[in-house]
Design a protein around this ligand. Structure first.
Ligand code: GRF
Length: 212
């Protein structure tokens, strides 16, 4: 099988990264995690990746001060050096410019802890509780220049339960994240995803509703 070479970009603990690494251990999985790249040297996920014998690189944004273009050129150079086909953002806390995003158009995914287009941005679980929604969840989408937008490739749903705290809700959503991210990457790596009119088609059909 022609395995796609994937870079996972992280800034923190990297539990989604770990889920992708685990999924890719299966020889039938169509992608290999060829690189974990962090913009923060202290990101816990780097240790997890190294323990799993995955190559890691650090491109510390602090070293680039406010020069986003120079930071992104450095990231791009690393991705090219590793001959990366697909980029997965997984808790990567830097906004990327249109210039960089365009280079990876249709080949860069992100996971967001909410049912987009609801609750873009940060503190999604608190905002979901404050809004009194009864369903919440997570979304894997293609990255476009506008933050937390872009064609949706997979979503997973959790019910909001009476008495839920932010932490309880976050933990249940995280389980969903760990399930849908490997699934979405698999679909992309297998070439089963098309973007038509700003929406994803999977095997030529609209994205199916999440199994509940
Ligand atoms: C996840 O909730 C992800 O959806 C969001 O940032 C968090 C990262 O967690 N974008 P982890 O580093 O993958 O554990």
């Amino acid at each position: 099988m022609d395995h796609k070479r994937v870079a996972v970009l992280i800034s923190g603990r990297g539990s989604n990264m770990a889920a992708l690494i685990d999924a890719a251990k299966d020889k039938n999985y169509p992608a290999e995690i060829a690189l974990v790249l962090s913009n923060r040297p202290e990101a816990g996920g780097l240790l997890v990746a190294r323990a799993a014998k995955i190559s890691t690189e650090i491109v510390d944004h602090v070293a680039f001060r406010n020069d986003r273009d120079a930071f992104e050129r450095a990231v791009q150079a690393v991705l090219e050096r590793y001959r990366i086909d697909i980029v997965c953002l997984a808790g990567f806390m830097r906004l990327l410019t249109g210039n960089f995003v365009e280079k990876w158009q249709g080949r860069m995914l992100n996971i967001h802890p909410a049912l987009l287009p609801a609750f873009k941005g940060l503190d999604t679980h608190k905002r979901a509780l404050d809004a009194g929604v009864s369903v919440h969840g997570a979304t894997v989408h293609f990255v476009v220049p506008e933050m937390d937008s872009g064609p949706i490739i997979a979503q997973g749903v959790v019910g909001v339960l009476p008495g839920d705290t932010e932490e309880m809700l976050a933990a249940r959503v995280l389980e969903v994240e760990h399930r849908i991210y490997p699934l979405a990457l698999k679909l992309l790596a297998e070439g089963r995803v098309q973007i038509v009119g700003g929406q994803c088609l999977i095997d030529g059909a609209p994205v199916p509703p999440p199994a509940s």
